[in-house]
Design a protein around this ligand. Structure first.
Ligand SMILES: [Mg+2]
Length: 259
């Protein structure tokens, strides 16, 4: 009997001594891919380089526009490129890495606290593209769903753009409005500029799409001629409207798999 009790006590002690295996975070793999794979940086560099080549063709063709919101006579308007910020120009993967390490989940408040640190890096290839476009006299507009205030010199998003030496004008940073839909903001830019290219990591950076997997797939095919010619998309396996379309619940994600 004593032996059994001793064995049980030893077993309990052994169990306590084992390192705790953290619950596997859904974003561990995708965040590691963005932070450590050479392939991620190669893809973003490739995307921006291809965008640079398209820019030259777009500038030379006055009938070229990349925005469906552009319905005016745009041929003599000054040229512009519209870019998203997060995971298009700015790399927020350290914020995701912290969440995974601390076992926390994404919250809007947590993201705002990260933004206030002004510690985001640049997506590989972005800064070079932006400088080349700026030198060609192209207006660079950033349409972001960040809560920011471009008129405030102390604003954290303004500060990070300046820190990364990204060409910036306060009337060309269009922050989050009442909703997250970017159509109206694209339309506002299209009234004053000929939009040469759209660059983003989310389908909604190009046109408003519903959060439905099948609808998104159909629209992706419908807009087929735009990809890599006038629309340039950066990879984001961590988050985006694609995830909203399947739902963030792990059970729903498992059901969305196609074995
Ligand atoms: Mg984004």
């Amino acid at each position: 009997m004593t032996r059994i009790v001793m064995f049980v006590l030893a077993a309990v002690g052994w169990l306590h001594a084992q390192p705790v295996t953290p619950k596997l975070d859904q974003n561990l793999h995708s965040t590691l891919w963005m932070q450590t794979s050479a392939e991620y940086a190669a893809i973003t560099t490739q995307t921006y380089r291809a965008a640079g080549l398209a820019l030259a063709a777009a500038l030379a063709d006055p009938n070229w526009t990349a925005a469906y919101e552009q319905t005016n006579d745009f041929r003599t308007l000054p040229p512009a490129v519209i870019l998203d910020l997060d995971e298009t120009v700015l790399d927020n993967s350290p914020a995701q890495a912290r969440l995974i390490q601390s076992g926390k989940v994404y919250t809007e408040e947590g993201f705002i606290a990260w933004v206030k640190e002004s510690r985001a890096g640049a997506v590989p290839g972005a800064v070079e593209f932006l400088h080349a476009a700026h030198l060609k006299g192209v207006a660079l507009y950033f349409i972001s769903n960040r809560v920011c205030n471009p008129a405030d010199a102390e604003d954290a998003t303004v500060a990070v753009l300046k820190k990364l030496r990204i060409p910036f004008a306060d009337d060309r940073l269009l922050c989050k409005t009442a909703g997250s839909n970017k159509t109206d903001r694209r339309k506002a830019v299209a009234e004053r500029h000929r939009i040469l290219l759209l660059i983003g990591d989310d389908f909604n950076d190009f046109t408003a799409v519903p959060d439905v997997v099948e609808e998104r797939a159909k629209l992706q095919e419908f807009y087929g001629p735009m990809w890599g010619t006038k629309w340039f998309v950066l990879p984001n396996p961590v988050y985006g409207s694609w995830e909203r379309a399947i739902g963030t619940d792990p059970a729903k994600k498992l059901r969305a798999l196609r074995p």
